[in-house]
Design a protein around this ligand. Structure first.
Ligand SMILES: C[S@@+](CC[C@H](N)C(=O)[O-])C[C@H]1O[C@@H](n2cnc3c(N)ncnc32)[C@H](O)[C@@H]1O
Length: 233
């Protein structure tokens, strides 16, 4: 006679999604926010639709319940994905960029313009954190820039506005990530804050990149061929 070990949940499907499975679920949701319950079940293995739904509620995702009942498949979206303003030209989101960007499809943006906090200790609201150790700040910028490059379509343009020191570091990161630097535009800025033992900055950098092969229809360089490369603030 051998030993019989009781199977979890009487041998049925798992009643809860925990630990690594939750991370796996979250990563799927980031990549495919429109995944169906059925797709989630396939991805996670041995779980029921009810378990998936309970877990989605627990981790703060909402279900479009009516549709779920109708089709048993249900499309769900994150509450963060609701735009605050919508027109026929597009949608405006107001949230942490890392809650929105990972949910946008690859190649869905014609242009990205980034004017991020410069890590100078400014207050941008209760949740802002504009004074981080330099390497942590760079890693944070790289995380949202990586997403920007992913959502940018081939032929699209990416603009990054920053202080020259960070423009150098983030610019070199971007050049290694499928982007071509078209122009370093110097924005004339006379109100630079004095920094001890250094020259007072008198310009900001506006880096202008294109993704992949240039396509005339979306390349801003072709439209502003005669524009000066020195701007004024
Ligand atoms: C240098 S200001 C840019 C201002 C903007 N260009 C304008 O004209 O209003 C940086 C902006 O980034 C926003 N911000 C800070 N952290 C953010 C985050 N994690 N996700 C999205 N926006 C953020 C701040 O609220 C602030 O409005």
């Amino acid at each position: 006679m051998g030993t019989i070990t009781a199977k979890p949940h009487g041998g049925g499907r798992k009643a809860a999604i925990r630990g690594k499975q939750v991370s796996k679920l979250k990563s799927l949701l980031r990549r495919c926010p429109d995944a169906t319950i059925e797709q989630v079940r396939e991805h996670l293995g041995d779980v029921t639709s009810a378990t998936v739904c309970r877990t989605l509620n627990r981790i703060g995702w909402t279900l479009k319940t009516a549709r779920y009942k109708q089709t048993e498949r249900g499309v769900f979206r994150s509450p963060f994905c609701n735009p605050v303003f919508t027109t026929k030209c597009g949608r405006l989101y107001e949230a942490d960029c890392m809650q929105i960007l990972p949910r946008l499809p690859d190649g869905s943006a014609a242009m990205v313009f980034a004017d991020p906090p410069f890590n100078l200790g400014k207050m941008y609201g209760p949740k802002s954190r504009d004074r981080r150790p330099e390497q942590e700040y760079i890693r944070w910028c790289q995380s949202w820039l990586r997403e920007c490059v992913r959502v940018l379509r081939v032929g699209g343009s990416l603009f990054l506005f920053h202080v020259p020191k960070m423009a150098m570091q983030l610019g070199s990161y971007l050049v290694n990530d499928h982007l071509r630097l078209l122009n370093w535009i110097a924005i004339d800025y006379n109100l630079g804050v004095a920094i001890p033992n250094r020259l007072t900055p008198r310009h900001y950098a506006l880096l202008y990149f294109a993704k992949g092969i240039r396509q005339r229809s979306t390349s801003y360089a072709t439209r502003s061929r005669h524009a000066a490369t020195v701007g004024k603030m």
